[in-house]
Write a protein that binds this ligand. Structure first.
Ligand code: SF4
Length: 535
């Protein structure tokens, strides 16, 4: 195996025997094969003009399945390989295809031989710079696919994004120059922005605009179900099915922003958020006592103490854990989880109190006058975008330290699970505006962009780069990659990215990003305050 798609990759070079995430070599190899034939399926669809729903849904699910921490189940991945090859065989015409497009066998002894030949590995591209850009685009597509699928299940999609995903997957099988790949990288960012806009529309039209909300972080005395991941439709279906069951529902990690949506607030058994970011789940899932539903990525290999209570659905999967299928109408039956919850002890309360969130674009626009006035009179001197992901490595303590050291005249704009490093620090407010404004999940970085664009208008400056905004973003997996590419495509400069720069960026690609966008890594809190001109 060789995998370097996430921030925790071994020694910031690559996982080669087993993933730091817990992914086995077998799973990693089948995921590489799944991506390779997904490119082949895209090629077939593009060449024959059959870029239809079945192909799009299949490619999007396959991309999503291979996101870090989403799916550890080799049996599920093998089934997706078979389904993909069956679809390829049904669509293939008398044309010339690449090796990937021509692949037709579902015999795993042949598939294993192909994997052993390294012809489907990331390292098959020998030129380090070409490989770097191809993987950067592929990881961007994985993030885009995740956002696209979340919108799709709510009935919203953008055909331009769908087609872009297929065409780019097919393009990645062809020889491309560095310049062509750089252009494709920026185009990927542009389409990523559209995918985020579509998901924002899907979420807000379905569940209302997120609003300022105090979220309970304590626990009640009823048995509960903990829901993690990002899929709001799964969350809604579970809430609805559990509403009269006597079982409480809590969010974990990236599902926290569900607490900000008006439509979910009407459920009396929706208690609040339990715990912190994804990487603390081994302790927090244990003390929760009840079953846990993982709707998307961010699974840490479970302890035996709760493994039989861990359920997965959608793109997520873990061997030995029950997978909840959806029927042909998109409905999921969560009764098994609800019945199991009734037999469990209530959660152990690990925290008490409330946290505040819900500062997505619509809510912030309502506060716009107050915010603009605070900037004009100098009460707010800087906005610091500290969005992105959290992770388990100790070097991420930097972000907590950075937040604590920020002057009291600064406001943190956040989205994604990076917020858990500072959303419980009680950083106070500026004229009633909290100093940590949480827009929501990682995809709600879209809101942060909307807020920045609104400030451009309000202050009459030429671009977002003229605003008093600094970017100190933490990344972990591929959804952060598409957010980063979207920011670059919008022309945002001087983004600081940490805790390490991606291992998949070659030195020359980093140089291009530094030269054109001023991208930089992080150093020390003190040094970065100076570099980012925060005082
Ligand atoms: Fe390693 Fe990250 Fe790949 Fe897991 S996803 S194998 S930790 S690089």
């Amino acid at each position: 195996m060789f995998c370097y798609q996430c921030q925790e990759t071994l020694k910031n070079k690559g996982c080669t025997k087993r993933g730091v995430c817990g992914k086995t070599a077998t799973v990693a190899n089948y995921q590489d094969f799944l991506i390779w034939i997904s490119k082949g399926l895209s090629e077939i669809a593009v060449k024959s003009g059959k870029e239809d729903k079945e192909v799009i849904d299949r490619v999007i699910l396959n991309l999503f399945t291979t996101i870090t921490n989403a799916n550890f189940d080799d049996a599920q991945i093998k089934n997706r390989i078979i389904d993909t090859i069956d679809l390829m065989n049904s669509l293939r015409e008398e044309k010339t295809y690449s090796d990937a497009g021509a692949w037709s066998s579902v015999d795993f002894s042949e598939i294993d031989k192909k994997i052993a030949s390294h012809e489907v590995s990331i390292l098959r591209e020998e030129n380090e710079d070409l490989r770097s850009l191809k993987e950067l685009i592929t990881y961007g597509l994985k993030g885009m696919a995740a956002y696209t699928r979340h919108a799709k299940v709510l009935g919203y999609e953008d055909q331009e994004v769908n087609k872009f995903i297929l065409r780019t997957m097919a393009d990645l099988l062809e020889e491309k120059s560095l310049d062509e790949l750089i252009a494709l990288t920026l185009k990927t960012g542009e389409m990523g922005y559209k995918a985020m806009a579509t998901l924002d529309g899907a979420n807000t039209k379905t569940y209302g605009n997120p609003e300022i909300s105090e979220v309970n972080i304590g626990a009640r005395k009823n048995p509960g179900i903990l829901v993690s991941g990002h899929d709001l439709k799964d969350f809604e279906m579970l809430l609805e099915q559990a509403k009269d069951s006597g079982v409480d529902i809590y969010t974990h990690s990236e599902m926290l922003p569900a607490n900000y949506y008006p439509k979910f607030k009407k459920y009396e058994n929706f208690v609040g958020n339990y715990g912190n970011a994804w990487w603390k789940q081994r302790e927090e899932f244990e003390s929760f006592n009840g079953p846990i539903l993982m709707t998307t990525n961010c699974i840490v290999p479970p302890k035996d103490s709760y493994k039989d209570k861990l359920f997965t659905t959608g793109a997520a999967g873990y061997p030995g854990c029950t997978y909840i299928e959806e029927d042909k109408d998109g409905h999921k039956d969560f009764s098994k989880i609800i019945e199991l919850a009734k037999t469990c002890e209530p959660p152990v309360e690990i925290e008490k109190g409330k946290i505040v969130g819900g500062f997505a674009h619509s809510q912030v626009m309502e506060l716009a006058d107050k915010v603009i006035e605070a900037v004009k009179n100098g009460d707010i001197t800087k906005f610091v975008v500290m969005a992105g992901c959290d992770g388990r490595m100790t070097d991420r303590n930097y972000y907590e330290d950075f937040a604590k050291e920020l002057p009291k005249s600064t406001v943190i704009l956040t989205a994604g699970c990076a917020k858990y490093r500072y959303n419980k620090l009680n950083l106070g407010d500026i004229n009633g505006i909290p100093r940590v404004l949480d827009a929501g999940q990682c995809n709600d970085s879209y809101s942060l962009i909307q807020i920045a664009l609104a400030l451009v208008d309000a202050f009459g400056v030429e671009s977002v780069n003229d605003l008093p905004i600094a970017y100190n973003i933490a990344w972990y997996e591929q959804k952060a990659v598409i957010v980063l590419l979207a920011l670059l495509a919008l022309g945002v400069k001087n983004i600081h990215l940490g805790p390490t720069l991606p291992a998949f960026l070659s030195k020359n690609v980093v140089d291009v990003l530094v030269e054109n966008f001023g991208i930089a890594g992080i150093t020390s809190v003190e040094e970065d305050m100076k570099i980012l001109k925060i005082k």
